[in-house]
Design a protein around this ligand. Structure first.
Ligand code: NG1
Ligand code: ZN
Length: 539
């Protein structure tokens, strides 16, 4: 089919698209056009990067089943570089205006970037379990097929982090044609086995129930458990794994539901002191929780608790190797991190902590720029740990120099090395993060209550306000202060001053047409009152 025929078949006019925090996301019915143009963008990006594999993931993560979305993955697994986001937006909105507009926008871009569209493009694609996935994938593939010299690796159903990992693996491999989905399981199971064997972990200190949000993570984590062997198979089980009942996706379950409602998901019968976790719809986020044995209350162990647990283990290991002054470790958070966690990291762990704008691409960037070991998590459970090339070289050299007679140091060095591989460094990954947390708790022999003891969350409230135009809410200082609308920040400051230990901020969501209000304070009543009063100022 010609370019125009493909366009006519898949594109509709009239919708306005924006590349948001997590790519394009909307109701599936308006997404065919943007799938088509995202296919084109991926091809251009691959050619621009000298035929490296560029990934395209079709998912709407924690959003409702009828939504969908698409995001582009860079060759080494990062999110699309920010200066290409306007290109993606431009092509989508040109296509939405008409074929001629799309054609001329494409020409303007290829001319400006000197992209020869006859060169080879290499693309990986995958989708989550949504009903609209196959149709949208067809639109995406049509966009890709506008170009004749393309190699596509279609992984079909994957979690988002699997696609990031496999895209990176393909680009690093000398024989890309041999890279299959199994490379993901082989890698993480091998690291898990080596790390836990080194620490003589023969059983977990709890049973872990995984709520899979009825999403693609269910099939993939089951596959991993089945292949992993007895320690995991005997201590892990899954609920909410109905991937093929589309309307159940994220319904009363999943990481977003648990974090927002601070309660157990559907189909989970909690037992005291056992551990639970929830993935989101595309398994790039995870939060943990448990029920205590005294009051049978729900306790959330969110992204902040994950970050502190991992940062503490890594700091201890660095100390045991005598490398605390050589390799710098830091934690990156957003304004949504609970104030108690920030205080605990800096005052008790004495680890530097920085704050960035919402969206993992910002946290990732900050971690790469500042730290040899950068632990970054959003409070909602989206995050990972990244390790610099200096870290890799330093550990390699130290391992060679440390004779096995210094057994403790050798073990700590090896633990650091294995840990850096057990974490999916390309992007936050519910499965890999879960393995890292479970390994840490098993090595340190911690029960859920022990993990929870490190600090106590300040009571907090996150609400959403629908406004006529969220673009007027412009913030600064890592989104903690508003510069517009004029005068609003002063009113927020006035309200905050009235409550002990309080903090509140307002920002426009990057994924929903709404403004978010966050407040924390000394008591739950005060946090709710503060969020309500700030919310009233926003309307
Ligand atoms: P927005 O809608 O910009 O607040 C939400 C989450 C982010 C991130 C993105 C991407 C909160 C408060 N915000 O962003 O942390 O996960 O979605 O999915 O949780
Ligand atoms: Zn997600």
């Amino acid at each position: 089919m010609s370019f125009q025929e493909l366009y006519n078949k898949h594109c509709k006019q009239g919708h306005h698209y924006t590349y948001g925090t997590a790519g394009f996301r909307a109701h599936n019915s308006v997404l065919d056009t943007v799938m088509f143009t995202t296919g084109i963008v991926a091809v251009l990006r691959s050619i621009y990067l000298k035929s490296k594999f560029v990934g395209v993931m079709i998912t709407a993560s924690h959003n409702p089943p009828e939504d969908n979305g698409v995001k582009i993955v860079e060759p080494h697994g990062e999110m699309l570089v920010q200066n290409w986001e306007p290109i993606a937006t431009k092509l989508a909105n040109s296509a939405s205006a008409g074929f001629t507009q799309l054609e001329s926008a494409l020409k303007a871009i290829t001319d400006e970037l000197h992209i020869d569209t006859t060169q080879l493009a290499c693309i990986t694609v995958a989708r989550d379990s949504r009903e609209s996935g196959p149709r949208l994938l067809a639109a995406l593939r049509a966009g890709i097929s506008v170009f004749s010299n393309v190699k596509i690796v279609d992984f079909e159903l994957l979690t988002t982090p699997q696609l990031h990992f496999l895209t990176h693996t393909l680009n690093s491999s000398s024989s890309p044609s041999t890279v299959k989905e199994s490379a993901y399981y082989d890698h993480f199971i091998s690291m898990w086995n080596q790390l836990t064997q080194l620490h003589h972990v023969t059983e977990l200190p709890f049973h872990l129930t995984i709520d899979c949000a009825n999403g693609i993570g269910a099939d993939k984590v089951k596959e991993l458990i089945a292949q992993a062997g007895s320690v995991l198979a005997s201590s892990l089980s899954t609920v909410n794994g109905k991937t093929d009942t589309f309307q159940l996706l994220n319904e009363s379950c999943g990481a977003d539901f648990v974090k927002t409602n601070q309660t157990f998901p559907a189909n989970c019968s909690p037992e005291p002191s056992q551990l639970y976790c929830s993935f989101d719809g595309d398994a790039d986020r995870v939060v943990f929780y448990y029920m205590d044995d005294k009051e049978n209350k729900f306790h959330l162990l969110d992204g902040d608790k994950i970050a502190t647990l991992l940062a503490k283990l890594l700091a201890d290991l660095l100390h045991q190797c005598g490398l605390s002054d050589t390799l710098n470790l830091g934690v990156v958070q957003t304004a949504y991190a609970n104030g108690s966690s920030t205080k605990y990291i800096s005052d008790d762990l004495k680890i530097p902590v920085s704050c960035t704008k919402t969206g993992v691409k910002h946290l990732h960037h900050e971690a790469v720029s500042n730290y040899d070991i950068g632990v970054y998590f959003e409070a909602n459970g989206h995050g990972t740990v990244i390790f610099s090339s200096k870290f890799v070289e330093t550990i390699d050299i130290a391992l060679q120099e440390t004779s096995k007679t210094n057994k403790n140091k050798h073990e700590s060095l090896l633990s650091l090395q294995l840990f850096s591989q057990l974490i999916n460094q390309t992007v936050g990954d519910a499965i890999s993060d879960m393995l890292a947390v479970v390994a840490t708790l098993s090595i340190l022999k911690l029960k859920p209550e022990d993990w929870d003891q490190c600090y106590h969350d300040l009571p907090n409230r996150l609400t959403k306000v629908i406004v006529p135009d969220r673009s007027v809410f412009v913030s600064t200082n890592a989104e903690r202060q508003l510069v517009s609308p004029e005068g609003l920040q002063a009113k927020i400051d006035e309200l905050v001053a009235k409550y002990p230990k309080s903090r509140s901020f307002v920002r426009a969501s990057g994924t929903e047409d709404a403004v978010r209000v966050y407040a924390e304070a000394d008591t739950t009543e005060n946090a709710i009152e503060l969020a309500t009063k700030v919310g009233e100022q926003v309307k």
